[in-house]
Design a protein around this ligand. Structure first.
Ligand code: HEC
Ligand code: HEC
Length: 256
């Protein structure tokens, strides 16, 4: 449950007084058994978005604030256009600039995932399932797929990240493409990746809103095998995570 320490009015000031999507009767995503919208700070209302338009928006705004900004921003701006909740207008997209380069260049969580996951969590109580689907798709799909109408920079290479980490994702693409991590081509790759991931997030949310079941995601057999002993129910209990263990602990599959 959401804590009640900060009231909605305190947090949103004047905007808190305005009609929200909830008050207008907009259905909330992932709200099983309670289709009627309720007044409150969370989740914010979501309506079906045009996936291709979301992708184009993410690609368009990427240069303004990089990866996390682009996915989060594309989804928020799309909701702004729908005009169903005033709060979408006051949320500063710039707050997401910190996610660039996997958190200010630290190479941790990929910013396009971070931004899309933030939006998903803003609008859905089912964020866990949706984010697992999104990340599961990201790690195993050859990306980027998106191609802008008139690209200034042409790139062809696709790579499978195998990991949600910016460092791994970027470097694998650099290996496949032959371009450096600071090259304009790599920037174009992340720009297109933002389009793909923002679009995928909208696609998943559209499905959830339409009442389509989001299939459960589970880690690979290999990871499950490791977690039998290292996970919360195992004999060692020292690890949590869903990333591929063997990517960083090679050779361990043979036992140790
Ligand atoms: C049958 C149980 C079991 C399974 C399955 C298992 N481990 Fe372990 N693992 C252990 C035990 C026990 C230790 C020793 C722990 C200690 O001494 O703290 C250990 C230690 C480790 C260590 C640290 C010590 C070292 O040898 O470097 C790593 C890393 C590790 N496991 C990774 C993995 C990975 C990756 C997998 C899956 C491919 C895996 N483990 C599967 C039981 C298991
Ligand atoms: C992104 C790389 C990465 C991934 C993915 C990863 N680990 Fe690790 N893991 C590390 C690093 C780095 C350490 C710290 C190594 C050390 O202490 O020597 C570590 C430590 C460990 C240790 C303790 C090692 C020790 O020396 O006692 C275990 C056990 C372990 N990992 C198991 C796992 C399991 C199981 C998974 C999959 C769920 C996993 N790791 C996924 C990088 C990773």
């Amino acid at each position: 449950m959401l804590g009640k320490t900060v009231s909605r009015r305190e947090f949103f000031g004047e905007v808190g007084k305005l009609a929200t999507g909830a008050a207008l009767g907009v259905t909330l995503v992932g709200f099983e058994g309670r289709s009627k919208a309720e007044e409150g700070t969370w989740p914010w209302p979501y309506v079906q978005l045009d996936v291709e338009a979301v992708k184009a928006k993410a690609y368009e705004i990427f240069p303004k604030g990089h990866c996390m900004y682009a996915t989060f921003g594309a989804l928020i701006l799309s909701m702004r256009e729908k005009g169903i909740d005033e709060r979408y207008k006051i949320l500063p997209l710039e707050m997401m600039e910190y996610g660039k380069g996997g958190l200010m260049g630290w190479g941790t969580l990929c910013g396009v995932l971070n931004g899309a996951a933030a939006f998903i969590t803003l609008v859905s109580r089912d964020y866990g399932k949706l984010i697992d689907q999104l990340v599961g798709w990201y790690v195993e799909t050859p990306l980027p797929i998106y191609r802008p109408a008139n690209p200034k920079i042409e790139i062809k290479a696709q790579s499978i990240a195998g990991s949600p980490l910016c460092h791994v994702s970027v470097t694998k693409w650099c290996e496949v493409s032959g371009f450096g991590s600071k090259s304009p081509q790599r920037a174009e790759r992340c720009r297109r990746l933002a389009a793909d991931v923002a679009g995928k997030a909208a696609e998943l949310l559209n499905m959830a809103l339409a009442g389509k079941a989001i299939p459960p995601w589970s880690p690979s057999e290999s990871v499950k095998g490791c977690l039998k002993c290292h996970g919360p129910k195992g004999e060692v209990k020292d690890v949590f995570g869903k990333m591929e263990c063997l990517m960083c602990h090679p050779g361990m599959e043979k036992g140790h």
